[in-house]
Design a protein around this ligand. Structure first.
Ligand code: BGC
Length: 447
């Protein structure tokens, strides 16, 4: 089967005092919808992960059901993932030892609220320990409230294809903020809620749709649910306005509950979309659908997540020209795309920008080192030109479960043995760590 997460082809397819001081973003004021905290962390350097891709055993989440039905659209079940549920303490210590000053991670909603309204205090206590550990190591916790997966009950209730479900998400965000907000440094509501729109531009998605629908039907039957809408597989045309509203209401709730203590934004999946060298292009229409509605939404910053570029023709994305270097995901490995995307975003919003994901799937770590060496100077160029970029977070700390592509693609700075779960930092980990330790080149500063 085609690579189901190929952005071109398919998507189917109590804190320590020291820690709090290190990253205080105390009471700020909102001006023009942009959060201006009184004090904020300096330029953030780090790596990221997402709960479902690393923790393992997230049985109460929607995608777990879909991994175990027939037909399934997943290459491998997530299973134990990287067993980070038990090892996150060491992962955080490792990230800090490399030289990073932030760690981006997500909270698995189904661990906090396995059944509607049933709050797991143990789940909350777990993530509190995660946050405390990040603080203890002097890093700023960058929290994603929702990274793709939702509790199976939420998908069974229609997910974000139903406006009536918005309050459930806002309630979850409020509870997380009440219990954990004092430790959070920067947060995003959703991870890449625009991904469905982005991949809809790829002609390769269309033939996979019937197969996806069959698998969704099998999942609904397997748990006796009347509906089944995991957000990553929902109809983006229906979902997009609902998710924008959910994001805005969650943003308000988090700000209010946290007393405006930390910035709350959204992270977006953005290719460097280009017109082909000749012929007509719908690149502006694509941006208008995939990016602009989210830039216009309320929020304190934009998280840029970029991996590649795409040529957009009059009928959607064009095939990659021959001879272009591809990553394991099947799309161009394109470190230079990041600078272009940051500039495109900055041309359309005055909000601060964090690079919240950027990386390459490859078995050959020297390609990752070379990728970093091209991508990071692009960020510096933007800073030099006065673009308000506040961090560079690499995807990913660990080799992990890459959604529909299973355990094949290797995005990690750190290798994970699939049987012993032993972590082994790759040269790229030390390489990016050294860049982080050195900080921004002289004369450059993030605002
Ligand atoms: C997602 C990650 C994913 C990465 C690489 C992003 O779309 O946020 O979860 O692993 O890209 O495909």
């Amino acid at each position: 089967m085609a690579n189901l997460f190929d952005r071109r082809a398919v998507m189917l397819g109590g804190a320590t005092a020291a820690g709090m001081a290190a990253s205080s973003t105390q009471a700020g004021t909102a001006q023009g919808g942009v959060h201006r905290p009184a004090a904020r962390p300096g330029f953030l350097w780090g790596s990221a992960g997402a709960a479902y891709q690393i923790e393992g055993g997230n049985y109460a989440s929607d995608l777990w059901v879909m991994e175990h039905v027939k037909p399934t659209i997943f290459k491998d079940p997530s299973g134990d993932a990287a067993d980070s549920y038990n090892r996150i303490w060491d992962d955080i210590a490792l990230a800090a030892s490399l030289g990073f000053n932030t760690h981006r991670f997500s909270i698995e909603w189904s661990r906090i609220e396995p059944e509607p309204g049933q709050i797991s205090l143990a789940g909350i206590a777990y993530y509190r320990r995660v946050l405390e550990t990040i603080r203890k190591h002097g890093m700023t916790p960058f929290v994603t409230y929702n990274h793709f997966t939702t509790p199976r009950w939420f998908a069974a209730a229609g997910g974000f294809e139903t406006r009536d479900n918005i309050p459930a998400f806002v309630r979850y965000c409020t509870i997380v903020t009440q219990h954990l907000g004092d430790l959070i440094g920067v947060a995003s509501t959703f991870n890449e809620p625009n991904l469905g729109a982005l991949v809809s531009w790829s002609p390769a998605v269309r033939p996979l749709r019937p197969y996806i629908e069959m698998s969704k039907k099998a999942a609904a039957q397997a748990i006796g649910a009347p509906a089944w809408s995991p957000p990553v597989l929902g109809d983006f045309r229906v979902q997009q306005p609902i998710m924008i509203e959910a994001h805005e209401r969650a943003h308000e709730a988090i700000r209010k509950t946290s007393n405006d203590r930390y910035p709350v934004g959204v992270t977006l999946s953005l290719n460097d979309d280009r017109a082909p060298p000749s012929g007509p292009s719908d690149v502006e229409a694509k941006r208008a659908q995939v990016m602009l509605p989210w830039l216009a939404a309320q929020g304190d910053f934009i998280g840029v997540q970029n991996y590649t570029w795409t040529e957009v023709g009059p009928d959607g994305d064009l095939p990659t020209p021959k001879g272009v270097e591809l990553s394991q995901m099947g799309y161009p490995a394109a470190p230079e795309a990041l600078e272009a995307v940051i500039r495109t975003v900055a041309a359309h919003t005055r909000k601060p920008i964090y690079v919240t994901e950027n990386g390459v799937a490859t078995e050959d770590d020297s390609r990752r080192v070379a990728f970093i060496d091209k991508a990071v100077p692009g960020v510096f160029n933007c800073l030099r030109d006065g673009v308000d970029v506040r961090g560079y977070i690499h995807w990913s700390l660990l080799d992990n479960w890459e959604w529909f592509s299973g355990y094949g693609p290797k995005f990690g700075l750190v290798a994970v043995d699939r049987t012993t779960f032993k972590r082994t930092p790759k040269p790229s980990a030390r390489h990016l760590g050294a860049i982080a330790r050195k900080g921004l080149p002289a004369g450059l500063k993030s605002r």
